[in-house]
Write a protein that binds this ligand. Structure first.
Ligand SMILES: Cc1ncc(C[n+]2csc(CCOP(=O)(O)OP(=O)(O)O)c2C)c(N)n1
Length: 427
């Protein structure tokens, strides 16, 4: 008997409508092939690999369950959208990623109807998705709104401003928290610890979901009993999570790489939701590619690389990098002046503050992706007698512009800004 030739399922998928014709089993196979295609493409172009590999199953499941592009899928930052681009009509151009005249490395409205909202700077997705949801409520021809946001990106103030507003408005909206317990560097902050606690809580998402569904249809006394049963099943108390206190229905944690579980949860959430829902998906950054899973940064951003070994092509110039010169210099000054501290918004490595952090861990503050807070925090420290060095890329400091003016400059406070990456980027 001869083996039947293996036809890749991915070859039958140009647009999400093609995914919706596949069986659940084929969707899983499609995700595996999509992962391989993403690795192969990024090995030729370089780019954000780890984040994209972490959302392969989510990408397939969301497009299979929701009716994109009528339903609006908003990726936070957009650096994890390569698998999304491959299944939304751009597979033939995926190897032009981040090249001149090629595909953008982020979502971009002018590139595709499947990119309803552009991004690159983090923590905007919930606000934008809520905007789409309200446009729908006010009669515009647009469907469900789904934001996918990482545990790093949900550390920024804007995300909370949006959750606060969404919980108050109370309209149907889906927020998928893609929790890989990583930002670019390991995440810091109280919220990060809180999410890690939730992620450990209960793997019984599907059961919880079923318990919720049953409870909702029972008369009051029975419902209370069912809710107690649900607590026993899930380990969660009713309204135990922060998200529930803010007015969201919380579903999770769910295994973000288990296609059957994802499809089940997304389908039932889609069928039942009447208000805002937060789905907590636990994922692995770099999933399915050993060199990425094993590296410290999970291959957040890579140069071109060899797929078999994971070894990246070197792109380091011979001249000393600004980042290292700054990092070493600050460390020398800090040794002689105990008032000197470094402040970074989730980018200790990118800004060079990791050099001081390694030498004197207590003298560097990683505040999470929170540039506005970083600047005013530095201002407060300066007013309190310290000598803070606030190291933020020029593009992200845009977000702290008012704080630079209002909290630092107008009060003439001694905060030093180390502003990097103001020029053209890319190899
Ligand atoms: C306002 C802003 N600050 C910093 C960055 C740089 N940045 C890009 S991705 C990233 C980490 C995001 O972490 P997370 O949301 O958990 O997604 P993951 O990469 O882990 O999938 C950071 C800090 C940014 N894009 N925008």
């Amino acid at each position: 008997m001869t083996d039947r030739p293996h036809t890749p399922v991915l070859d039958r998928v140009t647009y999400p409508a093609d995914l919706r014709r596949l069986t659940d089993h084929e969707l899983k196979q499609c995700a595996d092939e999509l992962r391989a295609e993403t690795i192969s493409a990024v090995s030729e172009t370089g780019g954000h690999l780890g984040s994209s590999l972490g959302v392969v199953e989510l990408t397939v499941a969301i497009h299979a369950v929701f009716n994109t592009p009528y339903d609006k899928l908003v990726w936070d930052v957009g650096h994890q959208c390569y698998p999304h681009k491959i299944v939304t009509g751009r597979r033939d151009r995926i190897r032009t990623l981040r090249q001149k005249d090629g595909l953008s490395g982020f979502t971009k409205r002018s590139e595709s109807d499947y990119d309803p909202f552009g991004a690159a700077h983090s923590s905007t997705s919930i606000s934008a998705a809520l905007g789409f949801a309200m446009a729908r409520e006010m009669g515009q021809a647009t469907g469900d709104a789904i934001a996918v946001i990482g545990d790093g990106s949900i550390s920024a103030g804007m995300a909370y401003e949006a959750l606060n507003n969404a919980g108050h408005i109370g309209r149907r909206l889906f927020v998928i928290l893609n929790d890989n317990d990583m930002s670019i560097a390991p995440p810091t902050g109280a919220m990060s610890s809180y999410l890690a606690g939730l992620a450990k809580n209960s793997p019984l998402a599907a059961l919880k979901d079923i318990a919720d569904g049953v409870a909702a249809h029972l008369p009051e006394p029975l419902r209370q009993g069912a809710e107690r049963a649900r607590e026993l099943v899930t380990g969660h108390q009713k309204s135990a999570t922060l998200f529930e206190h803010l007015g969201f229905t919380y579903i999770g944690p769910v295994d973000g790489h288990n296609m059957a579980e994802l499809l089940n949860v997304l389908r039932s959430a889609k069928a039942r939701a009447t208000g805002p829902v937060l789905i907590h998906a636990v994922t692995v950054k770099g999933k399915g590619y050993a060199p990425a899973e094993l590296s410290d940064d999970c291959y957040h951003g890579v140069n071109k690389f060899d797929v078999a070994t994971g070894v990246q092509k070197k792109s380091t110039p011979n001249a000393p990098a600004y980042t290292n010169v700054f990092g070493e210099c600050l460390k020398r000054h800090a040794e002689g002046d105990s008032r000197i501290v470094g402040i970074t918004a989730a980018m200790p490595g990118g800004t060079g503050l990791n050099i001081l952090q390694k030498a004197m861990p207590g003298r560097v503050f990683d505040v999470g992706i929170a540039e506005q807070h970083a600047v005013t925090f530095a201002a407060g420290m300066a007013a309190g007698g310290m000598r803070p060095f606030c190291a933020i890329y020029s593009s992200f400091l845009q977000r702290g512009y008012d704080q630079v003016v209002h909290d630092v400059a107008l009060q003439n406070l001694p905060v030093r800004f180390m502003i990097d990456r103001a020029g053209l980027v890319g190899a």
